[in-house]
Write a protein that binds this ligand. Sequence first.
Ligand code: QV4
Length: 476
Amino acid sequence: DATAAATGNGEAVVHLFQWTWDAVANECTDFLGPRGFGAVKVSPPQEHVVIPYAEGGNHPWWQDYQPVSYRIDNTRRGTAEEFEAMVSTCADSGVKVYVDAVINHMTGDGSGTGSAGTEWAKYDHPDLFGDGGAGYDRADFGPCYEEIADWNDKWEVQNCQLVGLADLDTADPRVRAQIRRYLNDLVDMGVAGFRVDAAKHVPEEHIGAILSDLHEVPVFGGRPEIYQEVIGDQTIPYTAYTPYGDVTAFDYQRDISGRFANGDISGLAHLPDYGGLSDEQATVFIDNHDSQRYHPTLTFKDGDRYYLATAFMLAHPYGTPVVMSSYDFGDNVTEGPPSTGSEPGNPAGWITEDADCSDSEWVCEHRHPAVAGMAAFRNATGDTPVVQRATDGASRLAFDRGDRGFAAFNASGGTWNLTADTALPDGSYENAAGSGTLTVADGRVSARVPANGAVALHVGGTCDDSAECGGGTDPG
Ligand code: QV4
């Protein structure tokens, strides 16, 4: 509806990793918009290298992180027309589209033909926008042409090559102008935000200069949302990047996922400013597409405990939450998304299949019953403060969100029979983090919180607000 489109739904983001543009558009209409998710983060939309892969297999997901040009035509996820249609379809449901922007580097070693047909070599990207008007050559890269060797040397980390990828010279005003043109073209199409890939590998003042005059976002208005991928450490702290946008809180990710994995959650009502990032500056997540492969603490493979952590992230006001939505890659960290196999003119396994949440290859974490209703909880509770209401040992925690919501988390193997005070108005509520209904009477709530499960109640989620109440939660 027009109001949702103008204001957006809320702040909860879902990362539909490797989904095709058509599939994202459908998910905005069918699920994300109606459930109150505010934004969808999509995989990189620019032309990318096509990496040969083992016969019969499909192409690695990470070829998308090696840009050949800034054309959005013909990536493995669809055409430019499909991309633009997705952006406007999602906006119609109040869902913003955030793009994963790869701006630190271009390709790795070698040469070839990109996904949209542009010829490339490591230091030669002759046609950035498909109009023959702009390119990068050797002078646009550097100043360092070696791989990062000493990660304790800030200059190296920011100026040398991340895994051998040709590092753009972002001190150069011409390079900045090309990157800005790419980002502004996307904003003009309606893209409302960016995850800045490998931001830590671009000197922070260069990020500031590149992002300084981005266009106003159509429909939603304002400057695009920015969240910068920085794995902070003593050499380069997270806070170096806060002047230019939000920053990924990997310290939160490690702490929260570790605590949920270990059943050690009773102390989590009040969270610190992880890595020095305030509530407003932090982007938070339980896992992302890298961590789930390279250092998994808690992922969809862990089942209930993972979904419980995700529900907690959405229930707690700290940071802007990003829900990971994956495909099942088994034990193969290189494995690309489910693909359509051979298509005319395209190598086998290059084109991604539309996601289908009833197909087990697409995990669809965001549709899990513990997660699906939690964007609505977050929207209803806004920035009301956390008031701790109960704990029971190390693995159980319940809190109010002002008088707007109540949530209880049970990271143990037995049911938690809980009675607690709550400021929620008396009434009968749907469980937004599972199924069933719960009653608040005389300022008290009684709940049987399932093993490794949660209950979450919020204003606007009473049985009077919904015909579905009592019938269990339909995960969609
Ligand atoms: C290899 C060797 C290099 C050698 C090079 C020679 O490892 O030593 O110099 O060949 O050409 C792929 C391969 C990698 C290969 C590289 C270049 O995996 O082995 O280098 O290509 O051919 C994704 C994948 C990477 C992939 C990359 C590019 O994760 O495996 O590399 O895409 O295709 C740090 C950073 C952080 C980064 C994280 C992974 O601080 O910013 O590492 N995270 C982001 C993304 C991530 C992405 C990139 C950055 C790069 O989230 O998904 O890497 O855009 O922590």
